[in-house]
Design a binder for this molecule. Structure first.
Ligand code: CA
Length: 604
């Protein structure tokens, strides 16, 4: 056995409280190297008297062992998981592994070969990992409604123009092509209100808005005033009306908030420009040198700026979230909008560059105002440092997004590689985090899926079949449901197609049916375990969602050829309901998949 591939870390995403009573313990081993793993565990204080015949009685630490489940592989490693309920919320544990007939103990301090389960070193507590106590206040918890939510992401400037009177003066005709990243099309909140029927009919029940607060840009990631809805979008009353009308339809509203940086014209930054070191706000930013901004030198390289910014963008000065006054100012913004407009979620822009301490306080304030609020960080890489339960509920799941693009859109991955990449993305987080993850196939920050899939709508459909049957909370970037396309921004931010002749009605009907199926089957949403099956064809994905009683089997053919494939052994000759065609079938040992075909089966 490759001992150096063994990995477990106490107090991390490898050992976490799944609930106030239950622990999840995860282990990594070299792929195909270990045949079985048992968790050896006990309460640290549980010593019991034991009498052997003919010997004096003694007190021994009481340990048990239980088999861990092999949950998958990412190609390099196998992963094992066990759910264990400690007797008094305390646990010491180690791993007992079997490889090629030999047995090993993997402990916190030492790892060695052992003779079997009766080897005395299997109760040497010093060498056991510790989960000292499940304190409920430390346990990750996120709002349940998220798992039942299908998001619709709206870039407000481009979704619908419901009020011509608030249009920017250079507003283009809605159907004119984009000409630059500075275009305005006049989209606004009234437009969204008027399209709530459309969204309800589509079946989505959450809207994620990119920023709506006052800013000169069309994307509004350079906020000037966080307490004011951008006048081109509407006002506070319009936002309240929108949220209320959305709530009346069971649709929740998540806003984007940009606390990493502000806009150049943010009043407090302008004050620093004007008064330099004398400004009361000089410590609200990261200023290296005064004067901060020299008009005569305006065109010098942005890398020589006298203040920190988002990337090297002079129009986005970075906020000093460590400064107590700045921090309080930002937290008050959350209090204000939580109270005024009953916001259901916050999506945090460039969340990974803001200090953790700020986010801990942010969470406290946001959850105090609304215990059911959902907090999603924009983190494109391993986000474990934010997902321990003290900061975010989830992040935008770009690793999953990349895998979906690689398999369905670009076809760079075969199904085994796809399964490995998805497994890697999923196994890096605790299960409850995955259950609340914000999952996407594209966004305002990426080319649209369709563009990346060579405009092949069949592949778009299959990608959504996967997203809607995967764990977490899936989202639809506005217009994907009617066949909108576009490259990197601004191209992916084209105005929504409202002319019915420009909309792909068949695709829309497909999306509605898919959303309906997800909503009707809670195993597909949040109750079923997700598991890949081995597939015998590199274009065909086979996986299942299941509980003890229910099994949903999903097969997806991403190729333009039909394929006849052998089904997993355990589902031969069984009765299933074909959810898409709504008919009962009995499986044989093989099944035919049409070009770009898929099959959604539920056991009878
Ligand atoms: Ca307008």
């Amino acid at each position: 056995m490759e001992l150096s591939s063994l990995y477990h870390k106490a107090g991390s995403n490898y050992a976490y409280a799944y609930s106030n009573k239950m622990l999840h313990i995860k282990l990594q081993t070299k792929v195909n190297d270990v045949q079985a793993v048992m968790l050896v565990f006990g309460d640290p204080y549980d010593y019991r008297e034991q009498k052997e015949a003919g010997e004096e009685s003694g007190w021994n630490w009481f340990v048990q062992n239980r088999r861990m489940e092999h949950i998958g592989t990412d190609g390099l490693h196998d992963y094992w998981l066990i759910e264990v309920e400690p007797y008094r919320r305390r646990l010491r544990y180690a791993f007992y592994l079997e490889s090629e007939g030999l047995h090993y103990l993997y402990g916190e301090r030492k790892t060695y070969q052992v003779t079997g389960t009766t080897d005395p070193r299997l109760s040497d507590q010093k060498n056991f990992f510790a989960f000292p106590y499940i304190n409920s206040v430390d346990v990750y918890s996120a709002p349940d409604w998220v798992k039942d939510t299908i998001w619709y992401q709206i870039f407000p400037e481009r979704f619908a123009n419901g009020d011509m009177t608030n249009d920017p003066k250079d507003t283009k005709n809605w159907n004119d092509p984009l000409s630059s990243s500075r275009d305005h099309y006049g989209g606004d909140l009234q437009g969204v209100i008027e399209q709530l029927d459309y969204l309800e009919e589509l079946g989505v029940n959450g809207i994620y808005f990119t920023p709506i607060f006052h800013s000169h840009s069309n994307h509004k990631y350079d906020t000037i005033d966080y307490l004011k809805v951008d006048p081109h979008f509407g006002d506070k009353e319009k936002l309240k009306e929108l949220v209320k009308k959305a709530h009346d339809r069971g649709i929740r509203v998540m806003l984007d908030i940009v606390f990493n940086h502000c806009g150049f014209f943010f009043a407090q930054f302008q004050d620093v420009l004007e008064h330099g070191e004398a400004s009361a706000y000089k410590d609200w930013f990261h200023i290296h040198e005064f004067p901060v901004y020299d008009k005569a030198n305006e065109l010098r390289s942005s890398k020589e700026l006298h203040f920190d910014t988002f990337a090297f963008t002079p129009s986005m000065p970075k906020l000093n979230t460590e400064n107590p006054q700045m921090k309080e100012y930002l937290l008050n913004i959350i209090r204000y909008w939580s109270d005024e407009a009953a916001i259901d979620g916050w999506r945090l822009d460039v969340a990974n560059e803001v200090d953790h301490q700020f986010w801990r306080e942010f969470r406290k304030v946001a959850k105090e105002r609304n215990p059911e609020v959902y907090i999603v960080g924009e983190v494109w890489h391993d986000a474990n440092p934010w997902l321990g339960g003290d900061q975010f509920d989830a992040v935008m799941n770009y690793p999953l997004n990349d895998a979906v693009l690689g398999f369905f859109a670009k076809q760079e991955l075969n199904c085994e590689e796809f399964a490995q990449e998805v497994s890697h993305a999923n196994f890096q987080y605790p299960k409850h985090v995955n259950d609340h993850m914000y999952n996407l196939i594209d966004s305002h920050d990426t080319p649209r899926f369709l563009h990346q899939a060579g405009e092949n709508k069949e592949l778009l459909k299959l990608a959504y079949v996967f997203m809607m049957t995967h764990t977490g909370s899936p989202s639809i970037y506005y217009g994907n449901e009617v066949g909108m396309t576009g490259g990197q921004d601004p191209d992916c931010r084209r105005p929504m197609r409202w002319n019915t002749e420009d909309q792909d009605i068949e695709l829309m009907a497909f999306m509605k049916q898919l959303i309906r199926i997800r909503k009707d089957h809670d195993v597909l949403r949040d109750r079923g375990e997700f598991r890949f099956h081995k597939s015998e064809h590199s274009d065909i994905l086979v996986y299942q969602r299941s509980t003890e009683k229910e099994v949903y089997l999903i097969l997806i053919n991403r190729s333009n050829q039909s394929h006849r494939i052998r089904l997993p052994e355990e589902i031969h000759n069984r009765s299933f309901l074909d959810l898409w065609r709504n008919e009962q079938i009995t499986t044989e040992d093989h099944m035919e998949l049409k070009p770009y075909g898929f099959i959604l089966l539920k056991n009878m």
